[in-house]
Design a binder for this molecule. Structure first.
Ligand code: HDE
Length: 689
């Protein structure tokens, strides 16, 4: 519906003083679902002005009935998500590897819908919970929809889908009390992990800063499982899918995450919304790790084991296209809530491997969609419908929009051209004819048995700062675990990963005595470090897409303010002014500077770097504001770069911050550009040493 302004409307007052905005001119008439024009939307039909409401009030009945049925079940996992539209652009023909239509022609664009999510929290939980992020991509190709239903971490907790309900039960709220919400820092989760050694590699990943990304825009995506690509000759190549953000990787720090969830529970969705609305479209490259049976045979780990990676140093990631996200949804429910992903949605040229987790997922997703969306016709919803023509004999059911015309609704039939669609033996989807000759049995392959070596490799591939964060995260989570035996059991696994890590955690927990290392099916082997596993080593090379928050007061130096604004915008970054009053401040030359946030609502955790531009009187005023002091002391504690005008030191004193190498005084306008350049490092980690 077009937007309606008050000026378009004629306003009448009812007998009780209620407001009637009456349709005039181009403003559409309010109707019932049946299209009947509504005369009065303020009052139900009553017997007399003070009498009971009458059952025959169809408009009232329909309105309340519909409202009562607005909710659908939230996703059992990944309930909290945020979806956006975009496109995938193919760089080159991959015909030698796959017959998948979208990869045949260089420059070909394919429409996509992407839904990012947290896993454990309910729909109303906070965005920056420590959690894995879902990274689900639906590609509307010319040969049907292909879903890459991935995460922002390339490994998973479990090796067999049969353990998924246990994992998720343990991670979500404890059943007797209904909390904690959206966090793994509780007994049940760590009890399960400590009794499931295959999860230890993933435990290292989730205790790293990967689970507190700065934004969806700055995180990688992974298909996790090994898939197959099949070319026109039927040749199979194994493949792992990677999405690499062109914006570089970036995470927040834990104390920042805790404060962010209070300051803005919608921090991640707002960030993506703002970036797209501003035309700063985030991009990812699709990368393929391609390998053959021979590599799979000689690789130290089983390529079917989803708790393992293949290091990029062993099999490089080949960029084959880019994905640009450039459109927010028109309606959250219609698109983000109703979108239905499914690992089973693959197109000719893509196929599955025997990864037992993937096989289990293929079974699960249809079921979950039926439960959630209530009908096998969820593919008829616009966000789920293929963009290419489709013809089949599936019919009827709740909310069927696409029942085919004509007499034939079965196949084979003898109705000739009117008889409907036919098979395409060559061009249609053909499964890879892998030979399988094996006993039916419930076993775990022995090739899945090494649970610690890659966890160690991950840990040792991190920078010093990142290792400290991992140790602190384990300490924090285990400090919330009430049962000492569970804490000790987790540490017993860490002893098989890295003795130093285990000892640091044990010491921080004051865990005594030190437990024995957990029994391991195989000894931990020394693997070479993989720098690609670090976030800090794979950060951006610019401040583009980041946000500078500038705390200003009356009398703020206008020349520095303007210089900073232009330097930030030149870098392709965003700038926001924060002031004691949201109306704004008067700069030293009398210019009015509008604020985006009042200091109480704009803490420094919302920004990648900050500045304080003030006058001596302004600094004195700010120094009396607890939130202004927090603005500075939090930025300091979170290792952010801080630019300032000379007068701001009074605020730093009040906030007990000693300006260090991460503080840059702006003495002249030319210093602004140098400061923005400094911000490319994102954090002044030396401060945390
Ligand atoms: Fe999922 N997963 N999953 N999962 N998953 C769902 O489907 C499931 C797994 C992932 O934004 C559900 O529509 C099983 C791994 C994402 O709509 C459900 C197993 C990975 C999303 C389901 C896994 C994922 C889901 C819940 C173990 C990363 C959100 C609602 C075998 C590679 C998609 C729904 C969206 C959603 C089942 C494990 C990613 C219940 C049984 C591993 C990103 O079907």
């Amino acid at each position: 519906m077009d937007s309606v302004t008050l000026a378009d409307q004629k306003i009448l007052r009812g007998t009780g003083g209620e407001t009637h905005q009456v349709a005039t001119g181009d403003v559409p008439v309010l109707t019932t679902q049946q299209g009947v024009p509504v005369a009065d939307d303020q009052n139900s039909l009553k017997a007399g002005s003070r009498g009971p409401t009458l059952l025959e009030d169809q408009h009232f009945r329909e309105k309340i009935f519909h409202f009562d049925h607005e909710r659908i079940p939230e996703r059992v996992v990944h309930a909290r998500g945020f979806g956006v539209h975009g496109y995938f652009e193919n760089y080159e023909s991959l015909a030698d590897i796959t017959s998948a239509d979208l990869f045949q022609r260089p420059g070909e664009k394919t429409e996509v819908f992407v839904r990012f999510s947290t896993v454990a929290g309910n729909k109303g939980s906070a965005d920056v919970a420590r959690d894995v992020r879902g990274f689900a991509v639906k590609l509307y190709t010319k040969e049907g929809n292909w879903d890459i239903v991935g995460n922002n971490i390339p490994v998973f907790f479990i090796q067999d889908a049969i353990k998924f309900p246990d994992l998720i039960h343990a991670a979500k709220q404890e059943p007797d009390r209904g909390f904690p919400q959206a966090q793994t820092a509780h007994d049940n989760f760590w009890d399960f992990i400590s009794l499931t050694p295959e999860s230890i590699n993933m435990a290292l990943w989730i205790m790293s800063d990967r689970t507190i990304p700065r934004s969806f825009r700055f995180m990688e995506g992974f298909g996790v499982h090994t898939f197959r690509m099949i070319n026109a000759e039927g040749k199979s190549t194994f493949v792992k899918f990677h999405w690499k953000p062109k914006q570089g990787l970036q995470s927040v720090v834990w104390n920042e995450a805790l404060k962010l969830n209070g300051a803005d529970p919608d921090f991640h969705r707002r960030d993506l919304w703002d970036a797209i609305q501003m035309g700063d479209y985030p991009e990812w490259e699709l990368g393929l790790q391609l390998f053959d049976e021979e590599f799979a045979e000689k690789f130290e780990f089983d390529v079917l084991d989803p708790t393992k990676i293949i290091p990029e140093e062993d099999v490089p990631v080949r960029p084959v296209g880019r994905m640009v996200l450039n459109r927010t949804v028109d309606n959250f429910f219609a698109e983000t809530e109703q979108v239905a992903f499914h690992t089973g949605n693959v197109v000719p040229g893509i196929d599955f491997s025997n990864d037992p987790l993937l096989q289990g997922r293929n079974f699960s997703y249809l079921d979950t969609q039926l439960k959630r969306l209530g009908s096998p016709n969820f593919t008829h919803l616009p966000v789920n419908a293929p963009r290419c023509p489709f013809h089949h004999f599936q019919q009827d059911g709740h909310m069927a929009f696409h029942n085919p015309k004509g007499r034939a609704n079965y196949e084979p039939n003898s109705w000739g051209e009117q008889g409907g669609p036919r098979e395409a033996p060559e061009a249609g989807f053909n499964s890879y004819p892998e030979h399988i000759d094996a006993p039916k049995q419930r076993v775990r392959s022995e090739t899945f048995a090494d649970h610690y070596s890659q966890a160690r490799q991950f840990y040792l591939s991190q920078t010093e700062v990142e290792r400290e964060h991992i140790a602190s995260a384990f300490t924090f989570e285990l400090s919330k675990v009430e049962t000492p035996e569970i804490r000790a059991r987790v540490v017993s696994h860490l002893l098989n990963v890295d003795k130093g890590l285990a000892e640091t955690v044990a010491e921080k927990l004051r865990l005594k005595p030190m437990p024995q290392p957990a029994d391991a099916a195989m000894p931990t082997i020394e693997l070479k470090e993989s720098p690609k596993l670090s976030i800090i080593l794979n950060g951006p090379d610019s401040f583009k897409g980041r946000k500078l928050g500038v705390l200003v007061s009356d009398g703020a130096p206008i020349d520095l303010l303007k210089a900073l604004k232009s330097a930030v915008e030149k870098e392709g970054a965003m700038i926001e002014f924060i002031a004691p009053h949201v109306g704004g401040v008067e700069a030293d030359d009398g210019t009015w500077v509008e604020a985006k946030q009042m200091v109480d609502g704009g803490p420094s955790v919302l920004y990648d770097a900050v500045a304080v531009l003030t006058s001596p009187e302004g600094a004195e005023e700010l120094a009396k504001e607890p939130t202004a002091k927090d603005f500075v002391s939090d930025a300091f504690a979170h290792c952010k770069f801080v630019a300032y005008s000379a007068a701001a030191t009074a605020l730093f004193d009040a906030a007990r911050c000693d300006p260090d190498g991460g503080f840059v005084e702006l003495k002249k306008t030319g210093d602004a550009a140098a400061f923005v350049k400094t911000c490319r490092d994102l954090r002044f980690w030396e401060r945390s040493a």
